[in-house]
Write a protein that binds this ligand. Structure first.
Ligand SMILES: NC(=O)c1ccc[n+]([C@@H]2O[C@H](COP(=O)([O-])OP(=O)(O)OC[C@H]3O[C@@H](n4cnc5c(N)ncnc54)[C@H](O)[C@@H]3O)[C@@H](O)[C@H]2O)c1
Length: 311
């Protein structure tokens, strides 16, 4: 078997909740990573720093730092090549304020939009042909919306018109538009991942008794989720699949976080919301059909493997 050719990937925000699980998956697939973050990447066991990934402390809201970091060596080993490195094969941009109520709304909006613009602009102008950016389930407008809002319909798909009202989701939607414009201008691949509520391995035991036992608390997440490790697989599939131009992908797991089948549950919990196509028996309302069909995603971490609900 021919060994798999790993790519040189600059990853932003790798020290965060999602990145800490995505990076090990990418390393295991043979990729080389440089992490751009404000804080270093810890070891998977939480002790010390990760020896396999160098973190360049970079403030992504500063365009000069972004251009500079994208042409950096990945580690001291790069000096042995005897020439300065070129731009990376791919950039994956996860760094952000990941929700509202961390900083004032204007700061969340400004930092997220400016960072995403800076990363996409620098990568595109330096000739990077593959850029992947983290967007969010929140663009569907319910998650951080004011009041008890109904979804337009189910399943939620990448083709839906989206009109969120909160500053975080609007910042993510602006990032999607920047991606679309730059992909048009540079002809590169820019893939947007609309990530669901990210679940780390330890969170199944801690959070799923409530998620599954009190499903009325999960409407804002459309009774869907994203396993942090499966998100690593999704990123790797995006790296592998070239030539799709601008794309939006719901980056979620396969199934609904309820014990009841999807249609039966939605009829009861969202009676006024129409179902616009046939859905799988347990298909997640924030559907990942497109990543399964287009990228060949096969989830490895279904919540039912980690938590079994007994009423
Ligand atoms: N956590 C979720 O449930 C969720 C859901 C949907 C989408 N997302 C998106 O996924 C991505 C990752 O989310 P997360 O939960 O890992 O967030 P996180 O806050 O845990 O990690 C984000 C990382 O970005 C870094 N960062 C922030 N501002 C920066 C800047 N100006 N320059 C450099 N680094 C900076 C932080 O230091 C942190 O390590 C984000 O874009 C978020 O919006 C997250």
């Amino acid at each position: 078997m021919t060994p798999r050719q790993g790519k040189r990937i600059v990853f932003t925000g790798g020290s965060g909740k999602a990145g800490r699980h995505v990076l090990p998956k990418l390393l295991a697939r043979g990729h080389k990573i440089l992490n751009l973050d404000l804080v270093p990447l810890p070891n998977p066991d939480g002790n010390g720093l990760n020896p396999d990934v160098c973190t360049l402390k970079t403030d992504l809201t500063d365009s000069g730092q972004v251009f500079n970091a994208l042409t950096s060596h990945f580690n001291f080993g790069g000096l042995n090549d005897g020439k300065p490195p070129g731009p990376p094969d791919a950039v994956i941009h996860f760094a952000a304020y990941p929700r509202i109520l961390l900083v004032p709304d204007n700061e969340c909006y400004k930092a997220n939009v400016v960072s995403t613009y800076n990363v996409i602009e620098a990568a595109s102008k330096l000739g990077v042909r593959k850029i992947i950016i983290a967007s969010s389930e929140t663009v569907y407008g319910v998650c951080f919306g004011e009041g008890d809002i109904d979804y337009e319909h189910f399943p939620l798909s990448e083709d839906d018109d989206v009109n969120p009202m909160d500053s975080y989701a609007i910042s993510k939607l602006c990032g999607e538009r920047v991606a679309r414009g730059f992909a048009r201008r540079f002809g590169n691949d820019i893939y947007v991942l609309r990530i669901g509520n990210v679940i780390e391995p330890h969170e199944y035991a801690r959070d799923f008794p409530r998620h599954v036992g009190q499903p009325e608390t999960r409407k804002r997440n459309a009774w869907s989720y994203t396993d942090a490790r499966d998100l690593g697989q999704i990123c790797d599939l995006c790296i592998q699949r070239d030539g799709l131009g601008f794309q939006v992908f719901n980056a979620t797991n396969d199934t609904i976080t309820t014990v009841e089948p999807t249609l039966k549950f939605l009829e009861k919990m969202a009676p006024g919301t129409s179902i616009i196509r046939e859905m799988g028996e347990f298909e997640a309302p924030l559907s990942n059909k497109k990543i399964r069909d287009v990228l060949g995603f096969k989830e490895e971490h279904n919540w039912r493997s980690y938590y079994s609900h007994s009423p």
